[in-house]
Ligand binder design. Structure first.
Ligand SMILES: NC(=O)NCCC[C@H](N)C(=O)O
Length: 415
């Protein structure tokens, strides 16, 4: 788009209006978290890699760390919604229970006989028990005793999962993302997380609070995870493309955001396809309306392909260009400040791994961060950012920080 062309008007929130999220740093009003529960108790040294955890968390401690995280948000006036509560409330609707059962029964894994039996067992459960199975999964040993004849059941080890647990529900950031007044249910890339999509889908379809919320991004779309989506400014998105979000995911998300009038520019940002940098928010998060904290190793190399709507309803692709320049231009500011963490490469690498760059902004210039990232936090404070520290020794074993563990549902507009 040339400087002369007018950018499409991006709507802003009205007082008392429906929830919406137009930026990374607008005052946070409502957020969705998941208090870790029985699904974390499924992790063993044999399955933790496949279930995307780097260790075996001490569950009680993880819960108390998470309670402290939620309490710190509440103390700052943020409404905290808990996923297991909204899931159970949604499952009060018969149609939601049917959708939950459908998503839990995997015929390829269970075969026809056991699938039928499991379906009828789950259909008889109340909302609380079904919610437990949908999140914590179910082993073959836990299947009702009556379903004993299937070859599948007899040949599986009793501790194998008939329904996979979802320990990564903790990272609510990735499975849904709000842009403007719409919510996108994402298409998660890793098999261990794919079923999260169906849970978010039924929450947003059947929970009375959300049933009128419009959707962004279609169902069955190309892989895209919320940790890759940064709302740099109203109408300006950055989407990381790497281990999780694919080029097709970024392109189709951009296309749908343009069609819905949610964005005028999307920056597709290549990131290394490695576990340490699985999402864009592992290397860069916004800490103020014009500032980011960024992993120093990518500061000078991060690039972007700016995407804009073209006149025929398609997507115009430019670049690649340096990310910081492209972001500032799209945001209409002179410069996107990078808080200089000034760390030596080893400390920077250690603190990046421990989610030092994965901050959650509560308002411009106020962020939550893991306390363990001592050096990064000190540099943020030197730069005038208020840092609210939380402990995450156990929560962090899933490799995600405060931003990963939170899905903002409502932020006040930036004024
Ligand atoms: N946005 C994020 O970076 N989320 C962290 C997700 C961690 C989770 N164990 C995963 O591998 O998907």
């Amino acid at each position: 788009m040339t400087a002369q062309q007018a950018e499409p008007a991006i709507p802003t929130a009205q007082p008392g209006a429906a929830p919406r999220v137009d930026s990374e740093v607008g005052p946070l009003r409502t957020v969705l978290l998941h208090r870790p529960g029985a699904e974390l108790k499924r992790l063993t040294p044999r399955n933790n890699d496949q279930l995307l955890f780097d260790g075996i968390p001490w569950v009680d401690r993880a819960q108390s760390e998470h309670d402290a995280f939620a309490a710190a948000l509440t103390a700052r006036g943020v409404e905290v919604l808990l996923l297991s509560e909204v899931l159970q409330e949604a499952l009060a609707d018969r149609r939601a229970r049917a959708a939950g059962v459908l998503s839990a029964v995997d015929e390829r894994r269970l075969g026809l006989d056991l699938s039928d039996a499991l379906r009828s067992h789950l259909t008889g459960l109340d909302a609380a028990s079904l919610s437990h199975v949908l999140t914590a999964g179910m082993t073959f040993a836990e299947l009702p005793a009556a379903e004993g004849a299937s070859l599948v059941r007899r040949m599986h080890h009793p501790d194998d999962f008939a329904v996979l647990p979802l320990p990564n529900l903790l990272f609510t950031r990735d499975s849904s993302v709000w842009v403007g007044d719409r919510v996108a249910i994402t298409s998660l890339a890793m098999p261990a997380r794919r079923r999260e999509t169906s849970l978010m889908d039924l929450i947003y379809a059947y929970h009375p609070r959300f049933s009128r919320t419009d959707r962004a991004y279609g169902a069955h779309s190309a892989p895209l995870e919320g940790g890759d989506v940064l709302l740099l400014a109203p109408g300006v998105l950055a989407i990381g493309v790497g281990e999780r979000t694919t080029p097709a995911g970024a392109e189709s998300f951009a296309r749908s955001a343009f069609a819905d009038g949610l964005a005028h520019t999307v920056l597709a940002v290549p990131i290394a396809q490695e576990r340490a940098t699985m999402h864009l928010d592992t290397v860069c998060t916004m800490v103020d309306r014009d500032a980011v904290v960024m992993y120093p190793a990518v500061r000078d190399s991060l690039s972007a392909y700016p995407l804009r709507p073209d006149e025929s309803g398609g997507v115009q692709v430019d670049g690649p260009v340096p990310f910081l320049e492209a972001a500032a231009e799209a945001m209409g500011i002179e410069r996107l400040r990078v808080i200089d963490t000034g760390l030596d490469p080893i400390t920077a690498e250690r603190e990046q791994w421990d989610d030092g760059n994965n901050t959650l902004a509560l308002e411009p210039g106020v962020v939550m961060a893991y306390e363990r990232n001592v050096e990064t936090n000190a540099r943020l404070e030197d730069a005038g950012i208020e840092v609210l520290r939380i402990s995450g020794s156990e929560l962090g074993s899933g490799r995600g920080g405060p931003r990963c563990m939170s899905c903002p549902i409502d932020r006040a507009p930036l004024v």
